[in-house]
Design a protein around this ligand. Structure first.
Ligand SMILES: *Cc1c(COP(=O)(O)O)cnc(C)c1O
Length: 389
């Protein structure tokens, strides 16, 4: 008899575990590992990468290492053909050591130390961003003939993490800055922008692409042929099961159309997705270490908190959906981390069944901006182990 055809691609069926599939995974990992731990599903990393490639085939993703620099995550993306966005010499050396070719790295911090620029020169990481004149003098001194992309300030409307306050040249100044770069012996190479992280607003990208197209033209008037447009990161993911307003494929198809309308075929496009590639793969598993009844509510203390893998609540302005393995009527309850600080509180009104010491509480879609910014050992509590499966 012929085998029945698979209804889904193997990648998809493996990656998109059903709710019960995730529960079973959490249960089986709990038997082998002490909490807290974070499961990183490699097939989900691969799936996100494929989604990106499929929706934006003309755009090469340079994974933003800061989202989660775990070596196994970087290796997975390296194998799939990704480039890397690094913000420091330390991140640069980290990806080079794993085997990333130097021409697949962009030094995407507009304010770099002289020492880090020297490292970039020695390691032949030639592509870097800037957004001000002083930086150009610095780069020209330490890395003549570096390939520079001007990062412009663009609207960050509706993005969860605002980046335009700290970075970005005035778009009106961009062509002058590129001309200045040339006069200093640098190679004016392109334009970059970042619409802010977790950007659900496609308009931000579309406006930024138009601004960038104007700069390409203004540069051409100065006889500067720019080669690369870097559309940055910001691509959103769902943090909650019933979250609305996140539709990557629709967003990408509008971006793709706009790139096609505004740029000639010889322009190379890159992007710097971080959250989109790493976030959905992560499942954080914690356990209740104590419970109390305060302020008329159940308080549950977990063995992971704001100083550890929930650091994204502070730095990434992120909120999470807490799930349990125990069934039962859901009661508004407070969840807190393990440290001796009231600030280390995760949710005042989480809807969860009554829990007991030892019960598991887990969170999905927490692979990015979580363990990366966790503080090791504060108050004696360490972040979760990362388990790539
Ligand atoms: C943080 C950052 C990224 C990644 O942003 P995501 O929103 O995670 O995609 C990309 N580029 C730069 C310059 C960044 O600072």
């Amino acid at each position: 008899m012929k085998k029945p055809p698979l209804s889904l691609s193997p990648l998809k069926s493996k990656a998109e575990l059903t709710a019960s599939g995730i529960e079973n995974l959490v249960r089986s990992m709990l038997q082998k590992h002490r909490t807290p731990f974070m499961i990183i599903k490699r097939c989900q990393l691969e799936r996100q990468f494929e989604r990106f490639r499929k929706a934006l085939p003309e755009v090469t993703p340079f994974y933003a290492v800061k989202a989660n620099p775990h070596p196994k995550i970087l290796r997975t993306f390296l194998k799939l053909g990704a480039g890397f966005d690094v913000a420091s010499a330390a991140e640069m050396k980290h990806v080079l050591k794993l085997g990333a070719p130097s021409d697949r790295i962009i030094f995407a911090h507009t304010i770099k130390t002289p020492e880090d620029i020297v490292t970039a020169r020695r390691r032949r990481v030639r592509m870097m961003t800037f957004d001000n004149e002083s930086e150009l003098y610095k780069i020209a001194k330490h890395f003549p003939r570096a390939r520079v992309l001007v990062r412009i300030k663009v609207a960050n409307s509706g993005s969860v993490v605002e980046l335009s306050l700290k970075f970005g040249a005035d778009p009106d100044q961009a062509a002058y800055l590129l001309e200045k770069a040339r006069s200093l012996g640098l190679i004016p190479f392109g334009v970059s922008f970042h619409v802010g992280s977790q950007s659900k607003n496609t308009e931000n990208y579309l406006q930024a692409i138009e601004l960038a197209a104007d700069i390409f033209e203004a540069a051409r008037d100065r006889d500067i042929r720019l080669k690369v447009l870097d559309i940055g990161g910001g691509f959103p993911i769902q943090h909650f099961d019933n979250e609305i307003g996140v539709n990557f494929e629709r967003m990408a198809s509008q971006i793709r159309q706009s790139l096609k309308n505004h740029f000639s075929r010889d322009v190379r496009f890159i992007a710097e997705p971080g959250r989109f590639l790493a976030g959905p793969a992560g499942i954080l598993v914690t356990q209740v270490i104590g419970r109390a009844f305060r302020n008329n509510k159940n308080y549950y203390y977990l063995n992971d908190g704001v100083y550890q893998d929930f650091s994204g609540m502070v730095f990434d302005h992120c909120r999470y959906e807490f799930k349990t393995l125990r069934r039962g009527q859901k009661i508004l309850s407070t969840l807190a981390g393990p440290t001796c600080d009231s600030f280390d509180t995760l949710a005042l009104n989480a809807e969860i069944p009554e829990l007991y010491v030892g019960d598991a509480v887990y969170v999905k879609n927490i692979g990015a901006y979580s363990s990366a910014s966790a503080v090791p050992g504060f108050n004696g509590f360490d972040p979760a182990k990362l388990l790539v499966v």
